[in-house]
Design a protein around this ligand. Structure first.
Ligand SMILES: Nc1ncnc2c1ncn2[C@@H]1O[C@H](COP(=O)(O)OP(=O)(O)OP(=O)(O)O)[C@@H](O)[C@H]1O
Ligand SMILES: [Mg+2]
Length: 321
């Protein structure tokens, strides 16, 4: 797959009087065609600043980035043509125009007109289920409808890359799900880069996730690999409770290194391990030898939330500028 975004050592320092705010520090990554790439980070991590630099709204302080092969500083106009940007900034729409008129206005800014513009608006209104609201004034739109219109606007000139800043913030779960589904469909012939602090969103739609903290990129990987990184699984065994269990039973025969912790709660044993496969046989044999009746075995993976919190807790001294 082609690399459609290349970012290398991108840095943005804002100056506030004498104070310097390092919003983005030395960030490097690539995004490939057909990929949904999520930038995940807490408030103030630098997500919006990164999106703003890649969409040419803010100049980097140092470093380089190429979007569709164009330099974000030298080829600003070409970059803008190649991307569609959707942010939570509602005031960029005309309140006294309808949704349709807004789309028409922004389409003409890209040099579109006549039949092809109308067809595109129709296609996008169908895609985002906005047909009923086409003639409604923008000021009467619900937040969910506004988000969808903003996505439709970002797609009007058929860009290769969609850049989204918090596409589902402050909307209800059903509308958020609908928008995420649409984003997944869009990525088929585009790349999508989206900033979010919503772990569920990142986990459900992103092919790869970049975790950003204090302007630094801590890691980039698929949700599955990020969870693997944590090396923590919990084997949950429900028994009939007829044999009382002691957690030390499991910590013999060199198992202390493989089993991190054992908790017993009522009839269920929770065995925390790095790798389930290494200990499963041992655990089952052990319980059978104790004549324990096993009712149910589940293996729980760590959640993305655990991975995220793990990264958020990383010591700053492990990170370089
Ligand atoms: N125009 C600006 N001038 C000065 N500082 C700014 C400016 N824009 C952002 N910052 C600062 O840069 C840092 C990163 O902000 P940014 O908005 O990029 O973070 P974010 O990850 O998008 O946060 P959020 O989740 O709250 O949207 C913050 O400390 C913020 O206060
Ligand atoms: Mg932001």
């Amino acid at each position: 797959m082609n690399e459609i975004i290349k970012v290398s050592s991108l840095t943005k320092t804002y100056k506030l009087g004498k104070r310097e705010i390092k919003a983005v520090r030395n960030v490097s990554f690539v995004v490939k065609e057909g990929e949904i790439f999520a930038i995940l980070g807490p408030n103030g991590a630098g997500k919006t600043t990164l999106i703003k630099m890649l969409s040419t709204l803010v100049l980097p302080t140092s470093g380089k980035a190429f979007v569709c092969g164009y330099d974000i500083v030298k080829d600003e106009a070409k970059v803008r043509k190649c991307i569609g940007l959707s942010t939570g900034f509602e005031r960029s729409f005309y309140y006294r125009l309808t949704g349709f008129q807004n789309l028409k206005f922004f389409g003409t800014l890209y040099g579109m007109r006549g039949r092809s513009l109308n067809d595109k608006i129709k296609e996008l209104s169908d895609f985002f289920n906005l047909n009923d609201a086409k003639e409604m004034l923008y000021m009467k739109y619900s937040t969910g409808m506004k988000k969808k219109l903003s996505l439709a606007r970002a797609l009007i000139h058929n860009p290769k890359i969609l850049m989204l800043d918090e596409p589902t913030s402050s909307i209800d779960p059903k509308s958020a799900m609908e928008i995420r589904q649409r984003i997944k469909e869009i990525k088929k012939d585009k790349a999508v880069i989206l900033a979010t602090h919503d772990l569920h969103e990142a986990e459900t739609i992103a092919d790869r996730i970049a975790i950003l903290k204090d302007g630094r990129l801590l890691t980039v990987d698929s949700p599955t690999n990020l969870k693997r990184y944590l090396k923590h699984e919990i084997i949950k065994i429900k028994t009939d409770g007829s044999v009382s269990m002691d957690k030390d039973f499991f910590l013999e025969n060199g198992m202390r290194e493989k089993i991190k912790r054992v908790d017993v709660k009522d009839e269920t044993v929770f065995i925390h391990v790095e790798n389930t496969e290494e200990v499963m046989d041992y655990v089952v044999d052990k319980m059978k030898s104790m004549k324990v009746k096993l009712l149910k075995i589940n293996v729980e993976e760590p959640s993305l939330e655990e991975v995220f919190l793990n990264f958020m807790g990383e010591k700053d001294d492990k990170l370089s500028d």
